[in-house]
Design a protein around this ligand. Structure first.
Ligand code: ADE
Length: 229
């Protein structure tokens, strides 16, 4: 998988993407991540990428030319037969879910555009972008953190990225359920004990307890997930 990120803050990414599992995935060649400074595609001598809205109003907008130029340049570089999926990060997008992450993880090439200011020129949305994604119903200062979140959610789904120790088998949102409670050693800690059933060695009983706990927890915390089934 190849992921290109277009941003006005390219330095934000290294501390997050060069750690942990995403770092290892890159080292193993499972994913190639390229960060592009949008200002490199500005024709303006001050490398400006924003401008005032037509019709007046407060705030600045991202101009279309540098964004189109950046995306077109990436498409030329990649020389791949597969068409990249171009995604704009914005609070107006479709909300990111695990289901969406699984769908996106199937693409060979994804281009993420980090929105800023009051928004982007509408022509980017209409003629350049395949989809618009939000990470939740709140407004951030820009699309950089959302882009990192998408990269993290996708990279861990690429086959071979997670080892057995971090397996994908039983995790939250599988079958629309949250995870069951987990415990590790010691069996007793400051008078707090691990549920006895987990120590009984009967895997069938343990599995059925876990299923029940996952359902109970989901009903209690996220009844909306059960309705989506
Ligand atoms: N940019 C600002 N807020 C955002 C959000 N919630 N999701 C994606 N991009 C954003």
């Amino acid at each position: 998988m190849r992921i290109d990120i277009i941003t006005i803050f390219p330095k934000m990414f290294a501390p997050v993407l060069n750690e942990s599992i995403v770092k290892r995935a890159q080292q193993k060649g499972k994913v190639k991540i390229h960060i592009h400074d949008l200002r490199d595609h500005s024709r303006d001598k001050h490398r400006k990428v924003d401008d005032r809205p037509f019709g007046g109003g407060s705030g600045m907008l991202m101009r279309p030319e540098p964004i189109f130029a950046a995306v077109e340049n990436i498409k030329l570089q990649s020389r791949k037969a597969t068409k990249p999926q171009v995604i704009l990060l914005s609070p107006q997008g479709e909300k990111l879910t695990q289901k969406m992450a699984k769908g996106l993880a199937k693409y060979k090439h994804i281009i993420l555009i980090c929105g800023h200011y009051e928004g982007v020129d509408e022509r980017v949305r209409q003629h350049l972008v395949d989809r618009e994604v939000s990470i939740g119903d709140y407004v951030l200062t820009g699309g950089e953190l959302p882009a990192m979140i998408i990269v993290d959610a996708l990279v861990r789904l690429i086959p071979g990225v997670l080892g057995d120790r971090n397996s994908l088998n039983f995790e939250s949102f599988e079958g629309n359920l949250l995870e069951y409670p987990h415990y590790t050693r010691p069996a007793r800690f400051r008078n707090m004990s691990v549920p006895k059933i987990l120590l009984c060695g009967d895997h069938k009983r343990i599995e059925s307890w876990r299923k029940k706990e996952a359902a109970r927890r989901t009903k209690q915390r996220r009844p909306d997930l059960l309705k989506n089934k």
